[in-house]
Design a protein around this ligand. Structure first.
Ligand SMILES: [Zn+2]
Length: 288
């Protein structure tokens, strides 16, 4: 008997990351109406939906009303990344980019922590960080890239990850839940929203890192690609000691991240005041 969630015409797609052959793992009905296979790559072990033709419909409302965890997640990411960058010795002038940063809350919070972050998002309005978007200053290269809850949304990860690599980041911090054979009931699949379309295995991320001159540091939900050669950040003892522990979500490391966040937040007013002044100057320059 055929599954009601399976489109009989679906053919196993080639893996959209490594171009390996795939085999059907299970099926779901996306957005409650489009039957799609979830295919596991026989080469890199990742999982993917059918080619996602439904994305436009899926993003018709940019903000998902059920995503109530956005603020809490952003506070948590800010704490972790602020300490991570401090351990790596990233300074206040170093260019940092939050790719797929949505409304820009993370970018703003990182600027308040004293880091030179800019936001980049194709779809969302930079509500919290207008004036600090990548297209405004035309970023070609930057040492630090972050991308949270982005990877699993990519309809063509091979091409889209290559686009991010063009920034030649020395540290690329990202979040995504790793696929390790979970079944059709894995809540990260989110077929009712249809926005998660690619699920990476740890092996796939290792292989991607190695092929591009990076090391993959696997964390709990937060992971990192570290440029293997000519990377001064990776040499620092604090980073070598602390980065893995922090990404692994250790309790002590989490506590240290919280303390570091609060300590730096005491100076936030300096940064947002300076940013406000610079936006005002830009505005009056563009009006004169
Ligand atoms: Zn693959």
């Amino acid at each position: 008997m055929s599954s009601p969630d399976f489109n009989e015409e679906s053919k196993p797609p080639l893996c959209r990351l490594c171009e390996g052959e795939t085999a059907l793992a299970f099926t779901h009905r996306i957005l409650g109406k489009y039957p799609s296979g979830y295919w596991q790559c026989t080469v890199c072990g990742s999982l993917e939906t059918d080619a996602p033709f439904w994305l436009e419909e899926s993003y018709a409302d940019v903000h998902s009303a059920t995503d109530t965890g956005m603020a809490a997640r952003t506070v948590q990411m800010t704490q972790a990344v602020s300490l991570l960058l401090r351990m790596a010795g990233v300074g206040s002038k170093t260019l940092c980019l939050d790719w797929g940063g949505g409304n820009g809350l993370f970018c703003r919070m990182m600027r308040d922590q004293g880091y030179n972050f800019f936001n980049d998002d194709k779809y969302a309005k930079p509500f919290y960080c207008a004036g600090f978007t990548a297209d405004r200053i035309g970023i070609a290269k930057c040492d630090v890239v972050t991308s949270f809850e982005v990877f699993e949304h990519l309809s063509n990860p091979k091409a889209e990850l290559a686009n991010i690599l063009r920034f030649e980041p020395k540290l690329w911090i990202f979040s995504t839940q790793l696929y390790a054979g979970q079944g059709a009931d894995w809540n990260y699949l989110g077929p009712s929203l249809g926005r998660h379309v690619f699920f990476y295995s740890a092996e796939a991320l290792h292989a991607f890192a190695e092929a591009n001159g990076y090391r993959f540091i696997r964390g709990w939900n937060l992971h990192m690609f570290v440029k293997a050669q000519g990377n001064p950040y990776a040499q620092r003892p604090a980073f070598r000691f602390g980065a893995r522990r922090l990404l692994a979500g250790g309790k002590l490391a989490g506590l240290a991240a919280g303390m570091n966040f609060l300590a730096r937040q005491r100076n936030a007013y300096r940064y947002w005041q300076a940013d406000s002044d610079s936006v005002r100057q830009n505005q009056s320059a563009s009006h004169s």
